[in-house]
Structure formats: C-alpha cells, structure tokens
Design a protein around this ligand. Structure first.
Ligand code: MRU
Length: 347
C-alpha cells in the first residue's frame, strides 16, 4: 500500500502526484519552503492531505530554526503561517491545520525552544493520524448509503491520495466494499489535472476495486441511461448553509444527478466545514495557470495565443446535495441546523 505523506527521519516524504500513474516516485523534503512549493505545484493535493502537509511543513520549518530563542520561534511561526496560507486558497483544511499548529505553539509558552519544536512535530503527526481515523469513521457512517451492486460516479480524487489514507468519498466506497458489497465506480477523468484518470483510477485499481474511466462530459450520458445509482464526491470547503466547493465540474455533476433523480452525496471531515462563511458565494475560488487548460500533460492542445480560464473549483448549491457525510454522522437539509448539530455532538 502506498503512503501519500509521511514524516521520516526528520523530513517530509510525499508520493509525487504529478507523476502518477506513470511513475511512483517519493520526494523527500527537508525544508519548509520546499513543502509549500510541493503544495502549490500539486505534488500533494486534496483538502485533507494539504492540511497534513502544511502541518508537517510548519513542524519542519520550526525544527530548522530549533536552536533559536522562543522570540525567534514566534517570528518564524508567523512567517511560516503566511507562507503556507498563500499556497492554495480554497481548501479550508489548510487554514484549519495552520491554526491548529499556531494554537499548539501558543500552548508551549514556558517550554524550551526544543520542547516547543518537539510539541509541534507531535501535533503534525497527530493531525495525520487523526485524519486516517476520521476517514474510517466517515466510511462507517456513509457505507449504509451505498446499495448492494451500486454503480457509483465520482469526480476528481477524494481518496487515500487526497488524505492521510483511506479517503473521504473513496473511503465510503472502500467501507462498502469491505462490507462485501459489489460496487462499481465510474470515475470522471477531471480535466485539466486529470485527478480522476491519473489518481482515482490508479488507487482504486491498486485496491482491486472495479473502476471504469469516463470523460467528464460523458457523466450525463451514463446518468440519463440509468447506468449510475448515485454520485459521491469530496469537498474543499463547505459553508454553513451546506453549499459545497469542490473540484471544477462538481456542480455540473450535481445538476445532472438531480435531473436524473440520482442521490448526490458529499463526504468530508468536519475540518472542511467553514462555519465562518454563511454561503458558498464567500468561498475563495482558486484560479490556476490557464496554461494547464491549454495542455494535456505536456502536449499543447490549444493555439498558443488563445485566452483560457482555469477556475480550479466550483460551488454546488446546497439544494443539490442529498446529504453530507462526516465523521460525526450524516447531515441533511436544512444544513444550517444539521451541520451545527454535528459539531455540537462531536465536542
Ligand atoms: O485541486 P485538488 O486536486 O487539490 O482538488 C481536490 C478536490 O477537489 C477534492 O475533491 C477535495 O479536496 C476533497 S479530497 C478528500
């Protein structure tokens, strides 16, 4: 089994997701700035995995400055928080993890610098371990929603590669398979980064889970012919009213699912829910380099001079979401009430 991200011998090790599925290459980072660049360039991606990477990156950066005074460490923490916060704007797990590391640092006042650095390393590893456990719990809550012999459509990659392991949407699918259900997955290829083709197809095939790759624009075709029983995706940020930001194209999948009377589920940890935002219009949407749209891999597929746009995420209004599966249970509309109740129940 592959490891998405690891802490090994005082360095951060990541499976390079820009090279999958052609090559399985692990990158070793010994400097925080390198970890930030790995997030920016999508060597690691997926909301929970980005959070774990930022936490480990901060732990690494604080270790680099380990011999300094607590005042120097405080300055370093400020600086690292800014560096990581500037990597990718949409996945709230990034900011959640940064804040958790900041709170841990604050709680180390009175310790030696070495003690503070050790506490930060421990916290980063705890965030990783908790993520894995959260995904398994999410799987247990979501599994009953997957019928026997279900044909399940998913978009992007919300799997082990997008988390510390097991996955959110793919975690629910894994839990159903572990229960003995025969599940068949339709994976949208997810242009332009091809998370579906390169990552979801790869990780499900590694696990022997039945997966069929389709182009993004074939989703409606299969739904309209009765070849999809439900859709399930992950999320990068969920607002208080249940609006869901996820990979570009998710909104189209949700609208098509509604038109075809197919349930549309979102699986995400509580750390993806941003109760500071009332609705999805407030969610910052990352715009990536248009060059990524004008290429398929390294091959140019559009005239050099043409203008392209590349929003990396879209927002699916809550009215299209059948249910949100979390580690604390399953929320249904009205989400203002049900999401808050999950937080209250988990504390
Ligand atoms: O641009 P990416 O690959 O980081 O986008 C990932 C997604 O949109 C995932 O669906 C989301 O982060 C959930 S991952 C469990």
């Amino acid at each position: 089994m592959f490891r998405t991200i690891d802490w090994s011998g005082g360095a951060v090790v990541m499976l390079d997701q820009t090279r999958l599925p052609a090559e399985v290459i692990y990158r070793r980072y010994e400097r925080a700035e390198e970890v930030a660049e790995a997030i920016r360039s999508m060597v690691i991606r997926g909301a929970p995995a980005i959070g774990v990477a930022a936490a480990m990156g901060i732990a690494l950066g604080m270790k680099e400055a380990g011999g300094s005074s607590m005042v120097d460490l405080e300055r370093r923490m400020e600086n690292l928080s800014k560096v990581f916060a500037a990597t990718r704007p949409t996945a709230v797990n990034l900011f959640w993890a940064i804040n958790r590391m900041r709170r841990t640092f604050e709680s180390t006042r009175g310790l030696t610098p070495a003690g503070a650095v050790a506490a930060l390393e421990k916290e980063a590893l705890l965030i990783r371990d908790e993520d894995l456990e959260i995904n398994r719990r999410m799987g247990r809550h979501g599994e009953p929603l997957i019928p026997e012999s279900a044909r399940v459509l998913t978009h992007c990659n919300a799997g082990a590669l997008a988390t510390a392991g097991y996955g959110t949407a793919l975690g629910v699918i894994r839990a159903a398979v572990e229960k003995g259900k025969k599940v068949r997955v339709l994976a949208d290829e997810t242009r332009p980064f091809l998370q579906g083709a390169r990552l979801t197809a790869w990780e499900l095939a590694q696990d022997g889970i039945d997966v069929t790759l389709i182009t993004d624009n074939a989703a409606g075709h299969f739904m309209s012919r009765g070849e999809v029983d439900l859709a399930i995706v992950g999320a990068d940020r969920i607002a208080t009213n249940g609006d869901v930001a996820n990979k570009i194209g998710t909104y189209s999948v949700a609208v098509l699912a509604r038109e075809s009377s197919i349930p549309f589920y979102v699986a995400a940890p509580l750390s993806t829910i941003d109760l500071s935002l009332a609705s999805g219009v407030e969610i910052p949407i990352e715009e990536r380099d248009p060059e990524e749209v004008k290429r398929a891999g390294t091959t140019r597929v559009a005239p050099e001079e043409v203008t392209a746009r590349h929003p990396a995420f879209d927002v699916t209004p809550a009215r299209f979401v059948t249910a949100i599966i979390t580690e604390a249970g399953v929320a249904k509309a009205p989400y203002e009430k049900s999401l808050k109740a999950l937080f209250e129940g988990s504390s």
